[in-house]
Design a protein. Sequence first.
Length: 95
Amino acid sequence: MPTYQILDAGDRREGIAHQAAQFKNLQDRFRQCRLVGPKGTPENFQSLFEKLMSKLEDAREQSITPPERHFEEARKKIEAGHYSFSVDKAEQSTS
């Protein structure tokens, strides 16, 4: 069964795909900001960070929340190791 049917997304597929891409791009941009920011001036870092936070707030306003029954299933899959967050975990341990 396709994911959009499981999530009862139906006609919202394009919106969900767009939002997923927005959040993934923002994740990468924040990571770059953290790595590159300290090499510049505090003012430049603050300006970049504020722009990214504004984009994140915009993305969150449009967020589509899946039905509650899917959160438990997702939690089980994450705990079972179906997804890896190794990039973020590795960066956290070096901070």
